[in-house]
Design a protein. Structure first.
Length: 178
């Protein structure tokens, strides 16, 4: 339950921290799973670009501790106004890999460790025909609880055994003194 509350709080913080450089930018989050993982979508509908067709969208948010994966896609028909060409997509300075270019643009980034409380930044940049759109998916798998190493287990068992032996010895000494 604690994980669910932490993840729900993180999603709420995420929604409140999204940059609104363009009014059509969006980030929407799905429900939080029992294990604390969740999926969201981001994008921009009708990316206008500047006089040269360049655009850059920045999303600022916070995620709980876990491992994130991202994809971003854009597909256009034969109308050049609907064309987007990604020049870069970065999450916290890490560049996305290129899956495909051309009519079907696809970028991806898998297995990025995320620390709770640290600000996260996703930057999507490229060129647009003027009314193009793109969308992406963010998936977060919540961090699992740490499991002690075998050596740590051994030390804990020795510590409990030593504590028990001391308590037993104190009881015998107290009985003998009476």
């Amino acid at each position: 339950m604690k994980r669910l509350n932490v993840a729900a709080t993180a999603v709420a913080a995420l929604l409140s921290g999204v940059s609104s450089a363009n009014a059509t930018q969006f980030v929407m989050w799905g429900p939080v799973d029992v294990d604390g993982s969740f999926t969201g979508v981001f994008g921009n509908d009708g990316v206008p670009g500047d006089v040269n067709g360049l655009f850059s969208d920045t999303f600022n948010f916070a995620l709980p501790t876990g491992v994130s994966s991202f994809t971003a896609t854009s597909t256009f028909t034969n109308d050049p106004a609907n064309d987007i060409n990604f020049t870069s997509i970065r999450f916290n300075g890490i560049n996305f890999g290129i899956g495909s270019t051309g009519q079907n643009e696809f970028r991806f980034l898998n297995g990025v460790s995320v620390a709770s409380g640290a600000p996260q930044q996703l930057i999507v940049a490229g060129t647009t025909g003027g009314t193009a759109s793109y969308s992406g998916v963010i998936s977060l798998n919540a961090a699992a609880a740490a499991v002690p190493e075998p050596a740590a287990w051994a030390l804990m068992i020795l510590g409990f055994g030593g504590t028990g032996a001391m308590l037993r010895r104190r009881q015998k000494v107290a009985i003998a003194a009476a």
